[in-house]
Design a protein around this ligand. Structure first.
Ligand code: NDP
Length: 297
């Protein structure tokens, strides 16, 4: 959710009854502080911050969330053992994002309070094993003694109910909120997501860090490099710097990196985040009643 989830989106989701999350991976330390302060002004409700461990100034972000008394921190893309104790000692609830049973167990050993089990369908940073949400969530639920939050492919109340049926106690949604008015990404990117069809995304760049991205000129350049068996250094050079910013924030749909989940193909409207939360909850309640009334003979 880098370049998408700033204070506007996080506060709108929290105001609507969800837990809004500020994605700090694309923010300089002073930018994160500004977003946290604005989010506090925009909502009295709790919100969280996601900190990818790959972030170059991770220690500064950790210090900021502690100083600002953020109640819940989601850590991702790295070893949970590094920062969990420091965050827990500061009274923060820690949730770690994992894409495999192995890393979920590692997160439990590191003392986190809950894990997100994020399957292959998810956009952006992803797992190497390509385990789908349907397979991953029950396996993680069996493997750990912690609340499990399902992610990857969830954008509706029905998929939320399905995740609960698999054993999850919550869901994390990213892609659906990319196509929201409050997302900080470029409108051209949001519209591109809304118009996208099945097969628009692909999981690539496993040599560097696996990422699900949309097919465009940049993606095809990458795939040509793979066809030539280019070494990781060449892939890294091709990726260059700030590709994600160029694509999602500046709206360069051909040369930028566009991160979205497979479920982007099922999203057909840019809506206010509060309406999205309302629709998801209404659909969840309707689907739950429908299933409660079913007779399984
Ligand atoms: P790049 O190296 O291509 O670009 C870095 C980008 O991050 C630039 O656009 C830069 O902004 C911005 N930035 C923000 N803070 C800093 C900082 N302290 N030092 C340097 N650059 C900074 O990285 P990516 O765009 O691929 O990834 C950016 C971050 O997002 C990484 O921390 C990565 O781990 C994280 N990430 C997390 C994902 C997740 O799922 N959690 C998915 C993908 C990435 P500017 O152009 O203004 O200088």
């Amino acid at each position: 959710m880098i370049w998408n989830s700033g204070w506007r989106l996080a506060s709108a989701v929290s105001e609507a009854g969800g837990l809004g999350i500020i994605g700090s991976g694309s923010m300089y330390p002073e930018v994160l502080l500004d977003h946290i302060r604005k989010c506090k002004t925009a909502t009295d409700r709790p919100f969280a911050v996601n900190i990818p461990m790959l972030y170059p100034d991770v220690d500064k972000h950790i210090a900021t969330v502690i100083e600002e008394r953020i109640p819940i921190v989601f850590t991702s893309a790295g070893n949970p053992a590094t920062w969990t104790r420091r965050l827990k000692d500061a009274g923060i609830t820690v949730v770690h994002v994992t894409a495999s049973v192995k890393f979920a167990k590692k997160a439990e050993d590191a003392g986190v309070d809950a894990v997100v089990a994020e399957g292959f369908e998810a956009g952006g940073h992803n797992g190497r094993e390509e385990t789908t949400t349907l397979v991953l969530v029950p396996m993680v639920c069996n493997a750990v003694n912690l609340p499990v939050i399902a992610a990857g492919g969830i954008a509706t109340g029905r998929s939320m109910l399905a995740a609960f049926a698999l054993g999850a106690e919550g869901v994390q949604m990213g892609s659906r909120f990319v196509a929201s008015l409050e997302s900080s990404s470029h409108m051209a990117f949001k519209q591109h997501v809304v118009q996208s069809q099945e097969g628009a995304t692909f999981l690539t760049l496993k040599e560097l860090a696996p990422v699900r991205m949309m097919r465009n000129a940049f993606f095809h350049e990458l795939q040509e490099a793979y066809a030539r068996c280019a070494p990781p250094e060449e892939l890294k050079a091709l990726l260059g710097r700030a590709r994600a910013k160029r694509g999602m924030f500046e709206g360069d749909l051909e040369q930028g990196e566009l991160e979205i989940g497979q479920v982007g193909a099922a999203i057909d409207e840019v809506l206010p985040a509060g309406i999205i939360v309302e629709q998801v909850m209404a659909e969840f309640d309707a689907a739950r009643s429908e299933f409660a009334g079913m007779v399984f003979a």
